[in-house]
Design a protein around this ligand. Structure first.
Ligand SMILES: C[S@@+](CC[C@H](N)C(=O)[O-])C[C@H]1O[C@@H](n2cnc3c(N)ncnc32)[C@H](O)[C@@H]1O
Length: 329
């Protein structure tokens, strides 16, 4: 999620990105449960419930603040959980639905999963959460209570080498060493704006004139604090395993590290036989489990970006689970 200021008409918890595109991608999904793995302010869930009133949505978010946004709706179930644990959440949902005497998914499994990654506008805009390099707040950045270390713990306790690795790996930051050394020299840090200032002072003057000099380092700290990339890999895998043939998985990423994980997993799953072309018969037995619905990532329209500048970096990819037919079941 871009940290540009919200547009003037943006007063809500969060505005859903590419909601029309998301709804259209689920329109042809088979019968069954829709999972919104990143409920946030519930904008996508609302769009899905409105477009498909007969479908049940199971929504997850690791941030307890999101729970307060859940409307009373018998066809919407919310679980405060990390989507890395999607398999357990789905098992728990099936059990509780069974106990309530409900058929959770019409006996037909998961029809679609949506991941709208990153942070919500609410998380960026509440100073106490410490996500923003534009506003003073405590160095926290935990998306939920399942993250044990705060951003403050990370910058105050890590060695220079550890910080360099985090800034390079999760921020692709060119000036990782200079920034890490400056941070360690001026410890302890407790405030977002103070840390952003240390970072800005550590980078060469020309780099300060481009985008905000703290953007990549804040992204890196946030990813490390929340284990975001591991969670994405686990969540994606669980979604692929749980979704029924013909079902769809839609992911909206906001930076290249997330998008790369999605792109690679979707490409690997949609690759068929890997035998050399001169082999007379296939010996690898590899068949595609996924069909890509988007070759290139879909981006928001210019009108949507103008209306909601925070949508600017969004990259949407989608796949369908391949149906091998009854004889392969
Ligand atoms: C971009 S917002 C989603 C906004 C939502 N689609 C809407 O329309 O309001 C991302 C949300 O995902 C949540 N989130 C991020 N990583 C998560 C994870 N691993 N498990 C569960 N929720 C996560 C964040 O707490 C945040 O609320």
């Amino acid at each position: 999620m871009d940290q540009s200021p919200p547009s003037s008409n943006d007063s809500s918890y969060h505005r859903p990105v590419m909601a029309t595109e998301v709804v259209e991608l689920f329109r042809e999904a088979p019968a069954g449960l829709l999972v919104d793995a990143t409920f946030g302010g519930g904008g996508h869930t609302r769009a899905l419930r409105h477009a498909f009133p007969d479908r049940t949505v199971l929504a997850l978010d690791r941030d307890p603040d999101a729970a307060a946004q859940v409307p009373a709706d018998p066809r919407l179930h919310f679980v405060a959980a990390n989507f890395a644990d999607l398999d357990q959440v789905l098992r728990g949902h099936a059990e509780t639905s069974h106990e309530r005497g409900e058929d959770p998914v019409g006996g037909r499994g998961v029809a679609g999963v949506l991941f709208d990654l990153g942070v919500s506008s609410h998380q960026l805009d509440v100073d106490e959460r410490g996500f923003s390099y534009h506003r003073a707040g405590p160095l926290d950045m935990r998306m939920g209570p399942d993250a044990t270390r705060t951003a403050g713990d990370l910058v105050n306790e890590s060695t220079v080498g550890e910080l360099i690795r985090i800034f390079r790996r999760f921020g692709e930051e060119r000036y990782a060493r200079r920034i890490a050394e400056a941070i360690v020299r001026s410890r302890p840090h407790g405030d977002t704006l103070e840390l952003a200032g240390v970072i800005a002072d550590a980078v060469p003057a020309p780099a300060r004139r481009q985008r905000h000099p703290a953007r990549r380092v804040f992204q890196a700290i946030r990813i490390a604090v929340n284990g975001e990339l591991d969670a994405l890999e686990r969540g994606l895998e669980a979604a692929i395993v749980a979704t029924r043939p013909g079902g769809r998985i839609v992911v909206i990423a906001y930076h290249s590290l997330e998008d790369r994980i999605v792109k690679r997993r979707f490409a690997a799953g949609s690759a068929g036989c890997e035998c050399p072309p001169d082999f007379p018969v296939c010996t690898c037995d590899k068949v595609a489990e996924l069909r890509r619905l988007t070759r290139k990532p879909v981006r928001p329209s210019a009108a949507e970006i103008e209306d909601n500048p925070r949508a600017r970096s969004a990259l949407l990819r989608a796949v369908e689970i391949v149906d091998f037919g009854p004889e392969a079941a």
